[in-house]
Design a protein around this ligand. Sequence first.
Ligand code: GRF
Length: 193
Amino acid sequence: MEKKIAIFASGTGSNAKKIIEYFLGNDQIRVDLVISNKGTAPVLAIAQSFGIDTMVIDRSSFYQSDIIVDQLKGRDIELLVLAGFLWLVPDYLVRAFPNQIVNIHPALLPKFGGKGMYGMNVHKAVKESGETETGITIHYVNEKYDDGKSIFQATCPVYDADTPEQIAKRVLQLEHENFPKVIEKVLLEAGNN
Ligand code: GRF
């Protein structure tokens, strides 16, 4: 039986696109649903262009109802993938999917993580800190922002002359190269225990 993924994204969806493309033609793993908290998020059009179901959520459906968990369980989703999803995952969802929710953060956690640390805020903080390297962290999600067990990290240099935008570009490249492969590894390993 193929393993199904639900991707949660709030914005552009470049990671979601890479993940969808990576699993096209894969008979073991499939992106079954893309969920966004923004009805205008480009990620929804990307999913629809691949014929993948999409769902737009609001705070009440996400935080005060069983709509989402029923939808995910009803579809036999095995892994929830947060790819640029800005809302904190509610406790009921973390409990309903133990070690089945992963997130990608554009820095080397535990540094430069936590509430408010997303997108350019992260790369500005890295730049201001004088760090000579940064990178990505893929981790399991728990009830706190960017706090779950780390699964994978990759690094890249930070040069003095870098702008935060140049750092962001280098980090995004790492995300695209690694997130789909790490998702595959997590799902195939899950099948072994
Ligand atoms: C990425 O920087 C990722 O690290 C963070 O949100 C951004 C998503 O970008 N979680 P995109 O929407 O996948 O292009």
